[in-house]
Design a protein around this ligand. Structure first.
Ligand code: SF4
Length: 70
């Protein structure tokens, strides 16, 4: 079974209801209190770590395409 949330903005990978990252089961989520195999606190921590890595200057330089050769 799968779940499609009407509050999920696919283009931004974010929650329109909470105006932050979609982490199903987080406080305020329509799925709050539902059972998840991985605890919500752990998934929130992991998402925060991902966001920190994404925002760290120079960390994603290798993923940026080089400018076109002239
Ligand atoms: S956090 Fe919850 S309410 Fe928000 S988009 Fe994700 S599943 Fe839906």
């Amino acid at each position: 079974m799968s779940f499609s949330c009407p509050h999920f903005a696919v283009d931004r990978d974010a929650c329109l209801r909470l105006k932050t990252d979609c982490v199903p089961g987080r406080p305020g989520c329509v799925l709050e209190g539902s059972g998840f195999a991985v605890p919500v606190a752990q998934r929130l921590r992991e998402r925060e770590e991902e966001n920190q890595l994404r925002l760290r200057p120079g960390k994603n330089d290798s993923m940026v395409s080089p400018p076109p050769a002239e």
